[in-house]
Design a protein around this ligand. Sequence first.
Ligand code: AFD
Ligand code: MN
Ligand code: MN
Length: 397
Amino acid sequence: MNNEDRIHQALDTFQIETPSWGYADTGTRFGKFTQDGAAITIEDKLADAGQVHAFTGCCPQVAVHVLWDFNAEASPEDVRRMACDHGVRIGSINPNLFQDQCYKLGSLTHPDADVRKQALAHCVDSVQLGQTLASGVITLWLADGTNYPGQDNMRTRKKRLEEALSEIHQSLSTDQVLLVEYKPFEPAFYHTDIADWGMAWSHARRAGEQAKVLVDTGHHYAAQNIEQIVAWLLDEEMLGGFHFNDRRYADDDLTLGSIDPYQIFRIFREIFAYVHDTGVVPKIEFMIDQSHNLKPKIEAMMQTVMTAQELHAKAALVDHDALGGCQERGEIVDAERLLKQAYDTDVRPMIADWRSARNLPEDPLMAFRESGYQEVAASERKKRREALGMNQTSSYA
Ligand code: AFD
Ligand code: MN
Ligand code: MN
């Protein structure tokens, strides 16, 4: 198979989910810079996600955040219809266990049984919401942890979480998966209850067959070898999915591949190698987790999507048989050359051909910019913000 065919075949099956929260105003703990064009309601978010899908052709699903996207004006049925109206559908469901005041000392791991009960009820409600929306994926991120040595017993918290995850798992329908996300620190600063892939793996394993690990590429210490984690989880059949972004320092939600594109290529290459070696195509949820504070939201999302397609296409070019031969013979220079040859291939013309063959613009970002959608949305939403008296200036949170 030539490079063009390999890339077209890879792109035909490559889909990546965009997050509703990536279209709305966001900020840091030091303040929020609002944008006239940012989405205000879930309908705005789904309209914007619909634009990303319409121009790129690979983002039919939108992740939702339960507390931020559903309310009196947006029931699950309303949201499902809005998604359909904008040419997308609801993807993963994100419970919110980190904003309610009662979660100050944790949610599912909290020392107070009543708080744990409230958190568990929210998770089970989220699972049922997923069933209502025909979403097969529950992505669980816990901000749980402690800020001071001695604050709580880490083993007791582990046990509380094991109990809760097992109950959440029991509420899943047969076609749902529970993806357990890990993060080394933030917001907790002394310890985080699910701090690394091993803890997530242990919790998912204990919870049940339908629980797997969610790898957020921004949730690793600087020198961590993420593709080794991916290879292990693949081999253990415990890789549930990714939250893609990039980081300079920590959980920065930078544009995927903007700091270390070769790492993302190596991650995708591990998946292609696993499929080649085992003949098994694992069900992996490719999801974006970003919410840019400064960039225009839709353009930032398109940049990430287009980069993901390029890095995935490059990884599709690796000749696994030739690489396997080099590895067996210990030809380490040639082995690395094979990877670099694939990575250094300019795949953009072949991706452009793939897009035009599907009536998609060769450069989705520029085509979107010329469409005028952003200007129309910004002026309409600016009026709505003013009418709602929404905060226009950043303030210390
Ligand atoms: C934050 C958390 C985590 C979570 C996301 C959506 O660090 O990545 O998946 O918010 O809730 O980025
Ligand atoms: Mn994440
Ligand atoms: Mn994060």
